[in-house]
Design a protein around this ligand. Structure first.
Ligand SMILES: [Zn+2]
Length: 93
């Protein structure tokens, strides 16, 4: 029987290709740096770590500190919020 064999080899090569594609994907995800694989709204975006206070050239302490540097994290929350909003308005595209 030649026909079923042909179909078998067609399916076989298809499955082989599929397996290759799957293996390639697994390799890619395995090769991803640790901690970066988690999905987040910020994925792909570079985090701007500068202090949100206008004119301040210090590096902020990150999102947990409202992007305020050590110096400006001492500011009242209201002022920090205002600084963040001003920064957002300035950096909005
Ligand atoms: Zn600052």
């Amino acid at each position: 029987m030649a026909r079923p064999r042909k179909i078998d080899s067609f399916i076989g090569s298809f499955i082989e290709k599929l397996a290759d594609a799957v293996a390639a994907r697994i390799d890619v995800s395995r090769g991803a740096p640790k901690g970066r694989a988690r999905k987040s709204p910020l994925a792909g975006k570079k985090l701007d770590m500068s202090c949100r206070v206008a004119g301040c050239k210090n590096v902020s302490r990150g999102p947990r500190f409202g992007f305020m540097c050590a110096e400006h994290s001492k500011l009242p929350k209201k002022e920090q919020q205002a600084a963040r909003e001003a920064w957002k308005a300035k950096h909005a595209r």
